[in-house]
Write a protein that binds this ligand. Structure first.
Ligand SMILES: Cc1cc2nc3c(=O)[nH]c(=O)nc-3n(C[C@H](O)[C@H](O)[C@H](O)COP(=O)(O)OP(=O)(O)OC[C@H]3O[C@@H](n4cnc5c(N)ncnc54)[C@H](O)[C@@H]3O)c2cc1C
Length: 232
């Protein structure tokens, strides 16, 4: 489906992350974890880039994608976008989806790779699903933690959702985890990891290293779903 819609809301998530909301057109159905193609006029030309939906299909009135602002031309057009400005959107696309097909899942996310995980967590929470979700969310600093408040609120509403935040360059006051996601952390945080379906999303290098790590932990390929944010 391809449509042109006005921006109805813009939400600043962190110093360099913003979410963009559009009215959800009738008939636009998608699964948690899928992505859209967003086309904008950049320096006179239409430019198209993929973005995971950070909204959940349970949210009937809007769809949302979330952009890490890079200072590059496409990003700057989005950064300067005002409510009422148009974007051309097509989709949905992607196979890294989850609608509760498995009773226990582990989500491994790096940086802006949190976006499809937000869709999955929101969907399961809104559906009152009893799927056991363990999300490990890695970032550099406290200031980079997009959606932390939303995840903390979801954990209040969904006893089956647990989130482990880990920061590789945390300030001294951070009392949480400080490592990159590694085998040791997975074994400690997810002792029943062998019973879980894994989802990985983040920059390509992170996705590759997580996949290699899970393979070395004897997790078979059919228990790993992944989305690499190529271009980021
Ligand atoms: C399925 C999928 C889902 C995605 N979902 C998201 C999402 O939810 N949120 C999100 O933010 N992104 C997402 N992406 C990535 C997104 O599509 C963009 O590629 C990304 O946001 C960067 O776009 P940009 O225009 O800001 O930067 P670009 O100009 O495309 O630059 C991308 C990278 O290339 C390098 N680069 C480009 N130009 C230069 C230059 N002149 N000098 C030096 N380095 C340069 C930089 O490392 C830069 O970070 C997704 C990608 C895929 C494939």
């Amino acid at each position: 489906m391809k449509f042109e819609e006005k921006t109805i809301d813009i939400i600043r998530r962190t110093h360099d992350v913003k979410s963009f909301r559009f009215r959800r057109p009738a008939g636009f159905d998608y699964k948690p974890g899928q992505y859209i193609l967003v086309s904008l006029k950049v320096e006179g030309d239409m430019v198209t880039k993929p973005f995971s939906l950070s909204s959940s299909p349970t949210e009937k009135n809007h769809i949302e994608f979330t952009k890490k602002l890079t200072g590059h031309p496409f990003s700057n057009v989005l950064d300067n976008m005002k409510i009422g400005d148009f974007a051309v959107i097509s989709g949905p696309f992607g196979k890294m989806t989850f609608e509760g097909e498995y009773s226990k899942v582990a989500l491994l996310s790096g940086g802006i790779g949190i976006t499809p995980m937000i869709s999955i967590c929101k969907y399961c929470t809104d559906m009152h699903s009893d799927v056991d979700i363990m999300l490990i969310y890695s970032n550099k600093t406290e200031n980079d933690l997009a959606f932390k408040q939303e995840l903390d609120e979801m954990m209040q509403d969904n006893i089956n959702l647990k989130v482990l935040y880990t920061l590789t360059r945390a300030s001294e006051s951070w009392t949480g985890c400080r490592e990159r996601i590694c085998e040791n952390m997975v074994v400690r945080a997810i002792p029943d990891y062998k019973e879980r379906l894994f989802f990985i999303c983040g920059p390509p290098a992170m996705v590759k290293s997580m996949e290699d790590m899970l393979t070395s932990m004897n997790i078979s390929g059919d228990m790993i779903k992944k989305e690499s944010l190529i271009g980021y």
